[in-house]
Design a protein. Structure first.
Length: 393
């Protein structure tokens, strides 16, 4: 069972050169996928080793200057494979890698090359720790691949990539077992191949239930449902992430609004695309990982990276008398979360408005509606009020 990082960066100078030489035989890609463009998966990024110039992992842009990737991509493994933690840890310099956004073919000059400002991993209490000031030890278990997630702060915001949100608590049905999902990256074309096009690849797979992934005939006790989730073509195989795809996105779309959501980062698998062995991903769209990422990124970048499909609720708190003589109508309204408002009277269309809302109306029956719109463009159900302005006698 192997992680899916392409280069064994950080072992030793000799090992690094050997790995880089092997990778140069051909650019890697997704197994069983098809060529795609960055416009189709604009959140996809490539992680490049500064010394060799080789792409070794993928990542996902979740904010203009924040990339989510696998912890093992940022982990310097120790010299003893059977005890990987001995001599290992999060102790790379940010200068050792850079990120490419907005690029389809790795050999092109499309998009941006952006240096890293900082690498963040998660410590035992779940808080994000800057690599430059930490002791290099965190929740990531290099032997079991638990907590295989980290995030990168870029030296400048990306202007050629489009951030994607993590699926929120109310969006779990979008990545339930059997739901379609998309994987993408520049990982190996076939298991152990190190050959193929440098064109970005993508494939559609399905989410796989925890009971299936953790069954004795699949990953058994190597699968930890709290921080792992599986996706692939089960049991047939044939489509999967592979070496070079580590840290890259596992994405679903919300069935009601077709919005993309990040639900996993590529972690490991038994070979690549083998029957009965789907890919395993970091479970970034469920706690404890989701809350840790949300809090850590919010503290570093001031951005909430978790999606929310729950529409806001608007409520009218002050209105005219139901029957009165005043033609000047005045309404006050609030929402149950930060939101903007849209109002309409009678047969007019909804237009942006604010509270208090005032309008002169005629002497007849009227109907006022107000609805709230949150920062993620969720539109709530309209609250309404009917009243009548009586004619003078």
């Amino acid at each position: 069972m192997r992680g899916r990082r392409a280069l064994s960066i950080g072992l030793s100078a000799l090992a690094l050169l050997a790995a880089a030489s092997s990778a140069s035989a051909g650019e890697p890609r997704i197994v069983g996928g098809a060529s795609t463009t960055i416009e189709q998966v604009p959140w996809q990024v490539a992680l490049i080793d500064t010394a060799s110039g080789q792409q070794f992992c993928g990542g996902t842009l979740v904010a203009p200057a924040i990339v989510v990737t696998a912890a093992h991509c940022m982990y310097q493994f120790g010299p003893i494979p059977s005890a990987c933690a001995l001599g290992g840890g999060f102790n790379f310099s940010a200068a050792d890698q850079f990120v490419v956004t907005g690029r389809t073919a790795l050999s092109s000059s499309q998009g941006q090359q952006i240096p890293l400002a900082e690498v963040y991993y998660f410590e035992d209490d779940g808080h994000a720790q800057a690599q430059s000031t930490g002791d290099g030890n965190g929740l990531f278990n290099c032997e079991t691949n638990e907590w295989d997630v980290a995030f990168l702060q870029l030296a400048q915001p990306s202007t050629t990539g489009t951030p994607i949100k993590l699926a929120g608590p109310d969006e779990a049905s979008a990545w339930a077992p059997g739901q379609p999902a998309t994987i993408s990256g520049w990982g190996d074309l076939s298991e152990g191949a190190n050959t193929g096009s440098d064109q970005l690849q993508a494939a559609e797979v399905q989410m796989i239930g925890d009971a299936t992934c953790g069954s004795p005939s699949v990953y058994g006790t190597d699968f930890f449902a709290a921080t792992m989730v599986c996706a692939g073509i089960f049991p047939a195989g044939g489509k999967d992430t592979c070496q070079g795809d580590s840290g890259g996105p596992l994405v679903v779309r919300l069935p009601t609004r077709n919005l993309p959501r990040l639900v996993g980062d590529t972690s490991f698998g038994e070979g690549c695309a083998r029957p009965n062995f789907p890919g395993v991903y970091g479970r970034v769209a469920a706690d404890p990982m989701r809350s840790a990422l949300r809090a850590g990124i919010l503290a570093v970048a001031g951005v909430d990276v978790v999606g929310d499909s729950t529409p806001p609720v608007a409520k009218i708190v002050k209105h005219p008398r139901k029957r009165g003589m005043k033609r000047r109508a005045r309404f006050k309204f609030v929402a149950n979360e930060p939101a903007t408002f849209e109002c309409k009277i009678d047969r007019s269309r909804f237009k942006a408005c604010s509270s208090p809302f005032r309008r002169n109306v005629g002497r007849r029956r009227h109907r006022f509606k107000v609805r709230a719109v949150d920062a993620q463009d969720n539109v709530g159900k309209a609250d309404r009020f009917k009243w009548r302005v009586k004619r003078r006698r």
